[in-house]
Design a protein around this ligand. Structure first.
Ligand SMILES: [Zn+2]
Ligand SMILES: [Zn+2]
Length: 380
């Protein structure tokens, strides 16, 4: 692509008389006639602002032939004797006439790319996460509070109590191996002969007399049901014409060379992304469901006994050949103790041996947490 070159003339400020905005073509101040020097910021040129988008200088380019010749003379040098700025192609100081010596200082070109980079940042900086830090403090405080509470709540102390009464409940349940009709899926029913129990054990439930099979829905399965076109709106970068971009280079003598060119510009474009996707539907699955005969234990009779004494007894029940008996027992020991007023705790022994260690009027040591939960009871 075609490049367009311009020469931009900078300006300087005289530190001897305070004259401002002196064009770079003047190596002496037009007001006080003092030469421009390397020191005192007289050699820091102002090249004006640039367009934020393109980086193009807002100043007019130089067209005057004589001035263009000054710009093309190369980097200035500064006289070792008087410090005056002199054209790069001149072998003698225009101010004092001294020859250029190896110790004459050279101009230091300015970095103008820095000015061109004055584009707005693409992502605005995130605001500092002050709120998050505040939240973290609260979370830590709550967490420490929970730990402290858990330690306090699980701390225990020992209290004295007394047994105020005991109670036992016993039951005998008589069950009979009885014929029942059930339903099942035909492919899962394997015919097995039933066997009756002897003294309550050794029975086989059996599967017999499979009948009345009907077709029933057993479940569902997912099946492909054609395809459908699904479209989503997406975004992509595309070339959309050209835009001008410019760079400047300091020539070291108060002039800058600007090169502009047209580069491809990219824009966001939305488009439809369409694909064929498989559609599914649920299809019912059918199977044969049948009625069959089998046996199961069914409760036939139940006898209960209870008392407040310390001699638990089993109720008696007559047993048939195809019967079995199941025993149930439940014990309770009522304990009274003092903790923020009179409290009652019910201890539930799981067997007769544990139950018989408790007597009415007996002393008890209770282990109680700060929350009031009884963890352990032992006879005193
Ligand atoms: Zn001056
Ligand atoms: Zn000189």
């Amino acid at each position: 692509m075609a490049k367009r070159t311009r020469i931009i003339e900078g300006t300087w400020n005289c530190t001897s008389c305070d004259a401002r905005g002196i064009l770079a073509r003047h190596k002496r101040c037009p007001t006080c006639n003092n030469p421009r020097e390397l020191t005192g910021q007289e050699s820091e040129f102002d090249f004006g602002d640039v367009d934020a988008e393109s980086g193009k200088s807002l100043r007019e380019g130089v067209t005057d032939e004589k001035v263009l010749e000054i710009a093309a003379a190369g980097e200035d040098w500064f006289c070792a004797y008087c410090g005056a700025a002199t054209r790069g192609d001149s072998p003698r100081c225009k101010h004092c006439g001294a020859e250029r010596t190896p110790d004459a200082k050279k101009a230091t070109p300015q970095d103008l790319a820095r000015d061109e980079a004055r584009l707005p940042p693409e992502v605005p900086p995130k605001p500092p996460a002050k709120k998050k830090r505040w939240m973290t403090g609260v979370v830590v405080a709550v967490f420490l509070g929970i730990i402290a509470f858990a330690v306090w709540a699980n701390s225990t102390r020992e209290l004295q109590g007394e047994v105020t009464g005991t109670q036992w409940e016993r039951a005998v349940v008589q069950e009979r191996f009885s014929l029942v009709a059930k339903t099942g899926w035909e492919d899962q029913l394997r015919r097995v002969s039933a066997r009756m129990p002897v003294n309550g054990t050794g029975e086989v439930a059996g599967v017999a007399n499979v009948r009345d099979c009907v077709s029933r829905q057993r479940g569902t399965r997912r099946v492909a049901d054609g395809t459908e076109r699904v479209c989503r709106t997406k975004s992509r970068r595309v070339a959309c014409g050209t835009e001008e971009k410019c760079r400047r280079r300091d020539k070291g003598n108060g002039f800058a060379e600007e090169v502009c060119e047209d580069v491809t510009k990219y824009c966001n474009e939305s488009y439809e992304d369409c694909q064929n996707e498989t559609r599914y539907r649920n299809e019912p699955v059918y199977a044969q469901q049948c009625t069959y005969d089998t046996y199961e234990w069914k409760p036939l009779d139940r006898r209960e006994e209870k008392g407040h004494d310390d001699a638990p007894r089993w109720p008696t029940l007559a047993v048939g050949a195809q019967d079995r008996q199941r025993r149930e027992e439940k014990y309770a020991v009522h304990i009274r103790y003092q903790a923020k007023g009179a409290q009652e705790h019910v201890h539930q022994p799981t067997n007769e041996r544990d139950f018989l260690t408790w007597r009415k009027g007996q002393g008890v040591v209770l282990t109680v947490t700060n929350l009031g939960k009884v963890e352990k009871v032992v006879p005193r």
